[in-house]
Design a protein around this ligand. Structure first.
Ligand SMILES: O=C(O)CCC(=O)C(=O)O
Ligand SMILES: [Fe+2]
Length: 251
């Protein structure tokens, strides 16, 4: 399958809503509150089952990707993933553009709480121009594939000096039907305290937005930083695909 076929599958399965409209009409005040409180937010039904299946089927279409990573070779876990090449296929490109301005506003609020003097351009292209000028030119959105026994170690997706502090993962498979186990987990490491873990219950097509690296938490004397990591618990059976949407590009 090539990018055009994914697009055709996608369009035929869509309602009349563009990805931008469906992202814009979310309750962003509630999502921002959830991100502020826990470092993540769940968005049900960002992709339709047909869109999920078209993207997952595209895993084997090598023309769509710039590279493939076998996780066990790097100590990242077990399973594999592929980084898309530019131009990103539809609806991935549209989703990345549609989410960016909403997440940039939330990220800006986090910077202010942490006393960080850093502003994000209002559009994804503006932010990518900044990455590209710093030599971060390679696209980071990726498609992951796990089979029985596979897992993804706790990690952070940092790829250079410029980091957009929020990212998105969309589950393309249906738990219980397509796979067992394989839960998306987040950990939160607080200064001088033990780490906390959270399991995010995703269904097919659901997205989780989460902190790439650090987020502000209110303490007795202003805000402090907690460090977040994410990963996937071991798959017990079946096959699981995820679409990862990272906003900064890589060196
Ligand atoms: O497979 C998952 O749910 C996690 C994927 C991941 O690590 C990412 O999207 O950055
Ligand atoms: Fe990741």
């Amino acid at each position: 399958m090539n990018a055009d076929q994914i697009e055709a599958d996608t369009v035929s399965s869509q309602t009349d809503e563009t990805p931008i409209r469906q992202v814009d009409r979310r309750d962003w005040a509630a999502l921002a509150a959830s991100l502020d409180a826990s470092g993540h937010a769940l968005l049900p039904g960002v992709l339709s089952p047909a869109q999920c299946e078209a993207l997952a089927r595209g895993y084997d279409d090598e023309a769509l990707y710039r590279s493939r990573v076998v996780m066990a070779r790097h100590g990242f876990g077990r399973g594999e993933y592929r980084y898309f090449r530019y131009p990103l296929p539809s609806p991935l490109h549209e989703l990345r553009e549609a989410f960016y301005p909403h997440l940039a506003r939330i990220a800006q609020g986090w910077n202010e709480k942490l006393g960080q003097d850093l502003e994000y351009p209002p559009t994804l292209q503006g932010f990518l121009d900044r990455c590209h000028a710093a030599g971060q030119t390679r696209p980071t959105p990726l498609l992951l594939r796990y089979r029985a026994g596979d897992y993804n170690c706790l990690h952070q997706d940092l790829y250079g000096e410029h980091v957009f502090p929020l990212q998105l993962a969309i589950l393309l498979s249906e738990p219980g039907r397509d796979f067992e186990g394989g839960e998306f987990v987040l950990t939160e490491q607080r200064p001088r305290m033990q780490s906390r873990v959270e399991v995010v219950p995703l269904r097919q097509g659901d997205a989780v937005v989460f902190a790439v690296n650090q987020r502000p938490v209110r303490g007795a004397r202003g805000y402090y930083r907690v460090t977040m990591r994410h990963g996937v618990s071991r798959l017990r059976a079946g096959e699981r695909h995820t679409l990862g949407v990272i906003f900064h590009d890589a060196t």
